[in-house]
Design a protein around this ligand. Sequence first.
Ligand SMILES: [Zn+2]
Length: 266
Amino acid sequence: MSEEEASPAEEVRPAGRRVVCGKCLRPGRVCLCAFFPPDGPIDTSRGTRVVILQHPMEAKKALATARLAPHVIRRASVITGRRLRRSTVPTDSAREAVFRALDEGTLWVVFPGAGAAPFSEREVEESGTSLAASQEESKGGGVTLLLLDGTWKQGKEMFTALYEDKHDGEAFRRAPLVYLSPQCLQRPLEDAGLLRKEPAPGCVSTLEAVAEALFHIEGRDDAAAKVREAIIRVYDALVAFQRDRGAPHLVRREKDARRDIGKAGV
Ligand SMILES: [Zn+2]
């Protein structure tokens, strides 16, 4: 959408010399709002909540994708910080939701840390126990997925901070730990992780990770596929805008992915 085509009702605010959409925070000419669900963020059928802990450095990046998730999924939130701690005073609801789920045994951590199981395998192996138990425990409230958003190094630091937390580290270590292996992705590897130069094929952006993780935890049925597609639609639009700009890494990345398919990585 060009700046001229922006709806008059759409909130637009200037940032420096550029005009930025007040909703998706993208420059007006690459506004993503037209790709969000037309009736507002959608509900998932199993009520999974998504909380993204975003490293403060990541929050400053123009191509940070985490902030787009709440525009697509109603129960998605982003918390900016290097660690998560309980607060003695009421805090934002996403933080409370993480600790409530942690206490209930309904929190799943999505990160390729030591001992993490590929999402699909864990679901298959434990379909009668862990996921079902988590969803039962949640009394219809759904499982809470906690994702970490940042560079690989920042992610590891945030993961370590969670796992070694004095008060809640033990509880975090008990929560199911899953990651998205390349086999968990519902699209060819050469079409995944295109936005930035990723360390290996199969590495995906946070927005794609949300889409793929929800697809698995929501039961991989038609409804789960629709949720996934609604998120991927926004991601694909973002990639298309970058490609139109001629972002050089996109071209390189696509070539590399075609050459190296089969290498594992998240
Ligand atoms: Zn917008």
